[in-house]
Design a protein around this ligand. Structure first.
Ligand SMILES: CC(C)(COP(=O)(O)OP(=O)(O)OC[C@H]1O[C@@H](n2cnc3c(N)ncnc32)[C@H](O)[C@@H]1OP(=O)(O)O)[C@@H](O)C(=O)NCCC(=O)NCCS
Length: 167
């Protein structure tokens, strides 16, 4: 059972199927679509119900302002977690993303992880700055890694964070 996690301003609440319409609404905004592409309701539903991802609604007060999720590599020789996030446009650029990522990272470290990765598009300067605020460091560019939102492959920046680097 996932816990509810309390950050400085945001709360991360385990997502339920009731969150799917709001997640879809946020994902269809141009600012988020540009980074996440088309995410059908069926994909959010499968992610919330399935075993591969743990999905949280990011709440500010009583408003769902975004989504944050993680996956885990469970092979003990490579064990680590990876995070993905989006915030509704009107809630971006005010520190809520770093708050959410920091809160989830702290939980993952407390759960026994020692390394967390995140992989923004190489041109996503706002995301890279936001993750650097939490302590993530650039590892290197993964070339032609992703084709979201459209069919054109682009580069992504692999960033990682070790336990003692969380700020
Ligand atoms: C990426 C995201 C989670 C970051 O969260 P946030 O709450 O907006 O992050 P911040 O408030 O720290 O603002 C982003 C940082 O980028 C800076 N910034 C804002 N707009 C920028 C831009 N267009 N170009 C470069 N830097 C920008 C801000 O000044 C801030 O930097 P700072 O450290 O100097 O304060 C959020 O913006 C988001 O959901 N974006 C859309 C979806 C997305 O890109 N998801 C991530 C995919 S990996």
């Amino acid at each position: 059972v996932l816990p509810t996690l309390t950050g400085t301003d945001v709360t991360l609440r385990p997502a339920t199927l009731d969150d799917v319409p709001r997640f879809g609404e946020i994902a269809r905004t141009p600012e988020v679509w540009r980074r996440w592409g088309d995410v059908p309701a069926s994909e959010f539903t499968a992610d919330i119900e399935g075993d591969e991802l743990e999905v949280f609604a990011i709440e500010l007060g009583d408003r769902v302002v975004g989504m944050i999720q993680y996956s885990e590599e469970i092979d003990p020789r490579y064990r680590h977690a990876s995070i993905d996030i989006f915030l509704a446009p009107q809630y971006q650029h005010r520190g809520l993303g770093p708050d959410a990522v920091r809160t989830l990272a702290a939980h993952l470290f407390e759960s026994g992880h020692h390394r967390i990765t995140i992989d923004p598009a190489a041109d996503n300067a706002a995301a890279i700055a936001a993750y650097a605020r939490v302590g993530f460091r650039p590892v290197g560019v993964m070339r032609r890694y992703e084709r979201i939102p459209e069919d054109q492959w682009h580069d992504n920046l692999l960033m990682d964070l070790l336990t003692e680097e969380l700020t």
